[in-house]
Design a protein around this ligand. Sequence first.
Ligand SMILES: Nc1ncnc2c1ncn2[C@@H]1O[C@H](COP(=O)(O)OP(=O)(O)O)[C@@H](O)[C@H]1O
Ligand SMILES: [Mg+2]
Length: 497
Amino acid sequence: MHQSTTEPDCPRNPVKPLLNMTSDHQPANEVIRQVFEKTALSVGDDFFKTLTRNLSQVLGVPYVILARLEDDGMLHSLAFWNEDHFSDLECYDPDIAPCGVALKDGSYFCARDVQQLFPKDQDLITLQAQGYFGMALRDSGGRVIGNLYVIDRRPIEDPTLYRSVLAVFGMRAAAEIEREQQTQKIQSLNESNTHLYSQEKEKSKHLASALERPEKMQVKLVQAEKSAALGQLLAGVAHEVNNPIGCIIGNIEFLQSHTQDLRTALALYQEQSANLDSSVQQVIEELELEFVLEDLPKVMTSVEASAIRVREITQSLRNYSRSDCQVKEGVNLHEGLDTTLLILRHRMKAKGDRPGIQVKKCYGDIPKISCCSGPVNQVFMNLLSNAIDAFDDANRDKTYQQLEENPNVIEVKTTFLPESERVQVTIADNGPGMSEVVRDRIFQAFFTTKPEGKGTGLGLSISWDIVTEMHQGQMRCLSKVGEGTQFVVELPQQRAG
Ligand SMILES: Nc1ncnc2c1ncn2[C@@H]1O[C@H](COP(=O)(O)OP(=O)(O)O)[C@@H](O)[C@H]1O
Ligand SMILES: [Mg+2]
């Protein structure tokens, strides 16, 4: 703190608030006009600089400084015209400087020796300051917000001109500082709003995904449980069937060679005993022995073929029932589709009240792909069983004859899309189709239009996850009421990750 303001040379000069515009003060008037012309169109930083430079030139003082009072009580220079250029001035403490007095008293005039009066103020020494005139700047609420001052290397004899000019431009500068402060406040408010907004958005995203998570978890649990149970069942059945089938296939060979031996023996026997008893001859004829002997190898072959087929089925059931995502290379989707159709065959066979559902296979030339075959088969199962469910539902209103004329058809089509290196599987039915409202929701977990106990509403949502998340593929549904339904599944040839 300084005590210098009581010095006779440096009396405190509370500023007269208004500029005296009489003809006695023509120079002030002229100075103001000149500075006003130069600064009228500038704002903000530009104004601060134009003002200090022009004041210096018009008033003929080397240094003019405009500073803002910060919340921490320090002054921060907004523009410092230093003789012939702008200089930077660090934040400085007004308490050791004449500015402190100006801020406190509204204005401060020191005609000479200001350096000695404020010995701690290094800047005054550097500038070789003698005279000082400062004017506190006030905002619209009367609060001091800065200081506009001139420093001269010579004594200032008459402060009148400075007082008038700084009073006018001090007001304009204060208004400009206030405007800048408000702009900054609005900006930071906007920024914090934007920040808050994005924070809230992020939060709500987290919240949404947190809310979604239990549902997804539940879906996954149900899926895992269902798949595991189905898998265990299928694997168990396949295992149980495998041994007897192995036994059948293994023994058919013996059976064939044994029957061949018997046929040879029988032929020999017939040759040797030309005159068979008529009753024996009769039995032979009744048994159609000749036909039996001829047919037996064919029966054997067909039994063997069927047994081999059963073994293939059990094998594919065991593969099919894999529910985990073990990526397999070289998966043939046609095999998965065929097995699924085979498993569902009992649901598509003709029944008393309706003819069978026809399956049209349009298999294209598709490459083998790398995918999780178990889950992919589950997708085919879900899509095909939904089509059958839809037929079942719609068939209730139709007669056998109507259905024969317009049969239920499921078309399974596969294509390779070389541009995207994807395999496209289309499963289409000519069933009842869906309304737009239903179609928009089918991939939502737990959405079902089926009666309780029949639908879980999980099939398509699980399929969606398997196709899009597990395989980075695509899935879409095209459907209209009365025009059937088409599901398109696209799986990349190479599974990423
Ligand atoms: N092929 C289809 N034809 C008509 N509607 C279908 C078909 N596939 C699915 N849907 C509709 O989508 C709904 C959801 O199917 P999904 O997720 O498999 O659950 P769920 O079969 O247990 O109902 C079904 O309830 C049905 O309304
Ligand atoms: Mg379903």
